[in-house]
Design a binder for this molecule. Structure first.
Ligand code: F3S
Length: 409
């Protein structure tokens, strides 16, 4: 793999241990994937920063890197850290202490501690065609598909290495020829909210693996893109795609022909009413209708979702024994506070968290057993990662479950 003089110095350790480590990791990745050169990146987003994923060893490694002077070269943000610095949710002391240390170590490297999986909601919006190094599968899919920026599905270490060097090996999604569609999904039933879009993401994710889905038949998508975000987030946990195209909507798919890059033979799969219902069933594994946990905001909720929760909760009370969390980041939470949504939600007994989410926060450790959620990604993790029985449905059904303590069909 060709390296320029500065990249060679990084690799030889002439520019310090953090850059040596970073360049070694990137060149190894590049060689394995057939890259010929390094390319500059404009932004990085680091994931895997919760205590759940980092553990003690990961925390100590990050502190050592910060002590050695590791400093990012491009604007860099970090993902959900799995703890809320503004309140005590009842986690063991060790969890909170290590979470603080992990956050502090990465911030010492110059990384913005936004603790959110939606960096594009707080101002980091790469341009069409720009290369970045983002980890967090939902953000990767959003970046490639909706923004048209270029990103491989980075892991936490490779995103950090790219942030420290300002470079990434040129392979995969950075190359135009790898961004063409593989399979056509024809949507023949109307989708009415982000929950329906999440169910579509589940259907596609089960079948797509690393291929690129081209979706036709979605015409009435809202301009905040949270429907496509929800769809991509669920797709990315069931399969390992980095991108989808929506014909006539996403920037690299103005037409069906453009989405497939001229390819004329491809598999066609229909998503109709039956498939939508089947996806809802697949995302619900609970039998017990008594709910003790309600989770909204995966990926992190935008202002519309928070307002919807506030409107639905206005004048009501969350049932005793039910924990109701709405997850977002500090920026959106602060706007929600100033607009009065937060007050309404908290008056009802629900909590808006920041820097936190259910899949990374292990709510089952509080003894909670049955969850209701509007997020297809959280619903997938419910029985798989969080050992919780899960009901999957719209925000209004989730709010109703929080107030009554009961999931209604
Ligand atoms: Fe974001 Fe946590 Fe969901 S990182 S996508 S809210 S699992």
């Amino acid at each position: 793999m060709y390296l320029n003089e500065e990249e060679k110095k990084m690799l030889n350790g002439e520019m310090g241990e953090p850059l040596r480590f970073a360049m070694e990791l990137l060149t190894t990745l590049g060689e394995v994937n057939g890259a010929e050169i390094m390319i500059p990146i404009k932004h990085a987003h680091i994931a895997g920063l919760s205590f759940k994923t980092h553990g003690v060893a990961g925390c100590e490694w990050a502190e050592r890197m910060a002590d050695l002077g590791a400093t990012v070269r491009v604007p860099t943000t970090f993902n959900v850290s799995g703890w809320d610095p503004t309140r005590d949710l009842g986690y063991p002391k060790k969890w909170t202490e290590y979470s603080k240390r992990i956050t502090s170590a990465y911030m010492r490297m110059g990384i913005h501690g936004i603790s959110s999986c939606v960096p594009y909601f707080v101002g980091y919006v790469p341009r069409l065609g720009e290369s970045v190094a983002w980890a967090e599968s939902s953000a990767v899919v959003y970046c490639n598909s909706i923004l048209g920026a270029r990103d491989n599905r980075e892991g936490g270490p490779s995103a950090l290495a790219a942030a420290l060097t300002g470079r990434t090996p040129e392979y995969g999604m950075h190359l135009t020829e790898n961004r063409r569609g593989d399979v056509l999904f024809k949507v023949t039933t109307p989708l009415k909210n982000i929950t329906d879009y999440g169910a579509l993401g589940h259907f596609i994710g089960k079948q797509i693996n690393t291929k690129i889905a081209v979706i036709d038949g979605l015409s009435d998508i809202n301009s905040r893109n949270d429907e496509l975000l929800s769809m991509g987030a669920c797709m990315a946990v069931l399969g390992a795609p980095t991108m989808f195209h929506v014909v006539g909507v996403t920037p690299e798919a103005p037409t069906l022909e453009a989405a497939f890059g001229g390819k004329t033979k491809y598999e066609v799969i229909e998503f109709g009413k039956k498939e939508l219902e089947d996806s809802y069933h697949a995302l619900t594994n609970a039998k017990n209708r008594y709910v003790d946990y309600v989770s909204i905001g995966c990926p992190h909720a935008n202002l519309d979702q928070i307002k919807e929760v506030a409107d639905l909760l206005d004048g009501k009370k969350v049932k005793d024994g039910v924990m109701f969390l709405v997850h977002t980041n500090m920026g959106i939470k602060e706007i929600a506070r100033q607009l009065g949504y937060l007050e309404t939600i908290e008056k009802a007994g629900a909590i808006v968290t920041q820097g936190f989410c259910s899949p990374l926060g292990d709510p089952e450790d509080f003894g909670l057993k049955v969850m209701a959620t509007n997020s297809a990604k959280t619903a997938f993790y419910g029985p798989h990662g969080n050992r919780m029985d899960t009901w999957f449905g719209s925000i209004d059904k989730c709010v109703e479950a929080a107030v009554t303590g009961y999931w209604s069909y």
